[in-house]
Design a protein around this ligand. Structure first.
Ligand code: OAD
Length: 251
């Protein structure tokens, strides 16, 4: 383990953990760019994750999201989620910002998770925006490739949509603001399991770096560390994060 990272962790007054789909990969949730496998492989994400797609074919889009939600319901947090939750109890201040729409951080015990791309658990009406509260917890037989009619809104009768941010939609203002503020303020940032391709969320590590924070990338694909105090720890998050905890807090 790189001594400068351990030192930064032990001295940190504000750690920002910034996660992407890779943190949930070891829980069996396919990363976004791997999600269109099997029967879904014939679809383009742009055909499924946009308001236009939902308007054109709500049953196709709702069916895909219900299939994804069912996978999340059956998944459990992995050692990476648990290590991040444990960091919260070890350090004076930890902010957790995720691009993920699953709830595995919460189920591992993390508090106050900031979701930049919304959540699979918060469906709302496509027409009037009213929150829809009663999705069946589990379908009997979630079938890959199955079209499903979305439920209807109790207030206006409009179709219910997933509570996630789609391509072409803006991110929740308050969450983005909180993430940018934490990025400007933190002294250490762990960027875990994200390809960093999607803006403006991808700015989070850049802001932290510009403001002098140590930035550590944890990803099986090594990230070229080009700035001072920027490091890459190549490997699966569920292996690297527990190792990091053990090295910093060996009790
Ligand atoms: P991606 O699917 O783009 O990238 C996943 C990253 O996780 C890749 O860099 C992988 O190398 C890495 N990875 C895979 N397995 C890992 C493991 N075991 N441990 C650590 N890392 C691992 O996912 P995101 O970067 O989250 O947005 O994508 C961001 C956004 O792109 C998604 O939230 C989605 C999509 O557009 C919206 O839907 C708005």
């Amino acid at each position: 383990m790189i001594p400068a990272i351990i030192e930064a962790l032990l001295e940190s007054r504000h750690l920002l953990v910034y996660t992407g789909a890779g943190v949930s990969a070891e829980s069996g949730i396919p990363t976004f760019r791997d999600a269109l496998t099997g029967l879904w492989a014939r679809f383009d994400p742009a055909r499924l994750a946009t308001p236009e797609a939902f308007t054109a074919d709500p049953e196709l889009v709702w069916g895909w999201y219900e299939w994804r939600r069912q996978r999340v319901l059956r998944a459990v947090p992995n050692p990476a989620h648990r290590a991040i939750a444990e960091l919260e109890s070890r350090l004076s201040r930890v902010t957790l910002v995720t691009q993920n729409v699953d709830d595995l951080h919460e189920r591992a015990g993390s508090q106050g998770v900031i979701h930049l791309h919304g959540s699979l658990q918060t469906p709302r009406c496509f027409d009037c925006g009213e929150r829809y509260g009663s999705l069946a917890r589990e379908l009997d037989e979630p079938e890959e490739g199955r079209r499903l009619a979305p439920p209807r809104c109790a207030s206006c009768g409009g179709p219910v949509r997933p509570g996630v941010v789609w391509f072409g939609e803006s991110m929740p203002e308050a969450a983005l603001q909180q993430a940018f503020e934490a990025a400007a303020e933190c002294d250490l940032l762990f960027s875990v399991g994200t390809s960093g391709l999607v803006y403006p969320a991808a700015q989070v590590p850049q802001i932290a770096s510009r403001n002098g924070a140590t930035v550590v990338h944890i990803n099986p694909q090594p990230v070229a560390a080009s700035k001072p105090r920027e490091y890459s720890l190549p490997g699966a998050a569920g292996v690297v994060l527990p190792q990091l905890l053990q090295a910093a807090f060996p009790d």
